[in-house]
Design a binder for this molecule. Structure first.
Ligand code: CA
Length: 229
């Protein structure tokens, strides 16, 4: 469930916003002053912030600037004055959207939905980038569990994929057969250490140009294996 923080000093408006958002399945917190709102926005992980401009203690401009310097979540600014919108834009505070009071709750909910789904799309892409490894001619996509060697897709069994991904995620580190076995087969009572050797051989056949002279998965005699980058 997405969580939203409303920073708004007019309690009746804040409650109206909260009620509509909760009906639409969001979890909502309210803060009525600028300083507490800012504190809460920075210390808690919200998915979106609805921020009134005119607030006691710390105003919305400053709050927006401070949140933006630490977080990239959507910020929807609310103001009673149309001319404030130009000011928000002009200051380049990094607000994602602006809404003028009075607005209909339906409009607010629609904007919130749009920004949350856009943000989720963007952060989803970010995540899949982190789940991708590219080393020379080798590309592994953890999300899709696909491997490409010199732009050609190669099929891997589940364990082969897990072993290659684990080694590639920890490059230049030597792992003994026992360590790899514990890491990848530890819960599997049917496995035995020799299975590591078998899997390493299969990985080399699939990713190395010359499996007898490996460029990715090196054997360190007497110690184990190392993924070289
Ligand atoms: Ca206000």
């Amino acid at each position: 469930m997405s969580s939203i923080l409303i920073i708004e000093d007019e309690q009746s408006i804040a409650e109206l916003e909260r009620d509509y958002l909760e009906i639409n399945g969001y979890s909502v917190d309210i803060e009525n002053s600028g300083d507490l709102g800012l504190q809460r926005a920075l210390s808690t992980d919200y998915n979106l912030i609805i921020l009134d401009l005119m607030l006691p203690k710390v105003d919305g401009f400053e709050i927006c600037r401070r949140i933006r310097s630490e977080k990239d979540i959507p910020i929807l600014m609310v103001s009673a004055k149309k001319e404030d919108i130009d000011k928000i834009r002009g200051l380049g505070l990094g607000a994602d959207d602006y809404i003028i009071k009075p607005f209909s709750p339906g409009e607010l909910v629609a904007r919130v939905k749009a920004h949350l789904s856009r943000y989720e799309r963007l952060s989803g892409r970010k995540e899949s980038r982190n789940n991708e490894i590219r080393i020379r001619g080798l590309m592994m996509d953890k999300t899709a569990r696909r491997v490409f060697v010199n732009d050609k897709e190669v099929a891997f069994t589940t364990k082969e994929f897990d072993l290659l991904f684990y080694l590639a995620m920890n490059p230049n580190r030597v792992f003994s057969k026992e360590q790899l076995f514990d890491q990848l087969w530890g819960m599997d009572a049917m496995g035995e250490i020799a299975t590591v050797t078998v899997h390493i051989r299969k990985l080399r056949e699939k990713v190395e140009l010359d499996p007898s002279d490996p460029q990715y998965i090196e054997t360190i005699w007497g110690a184990g294996y190392r993924f070289r980058i």
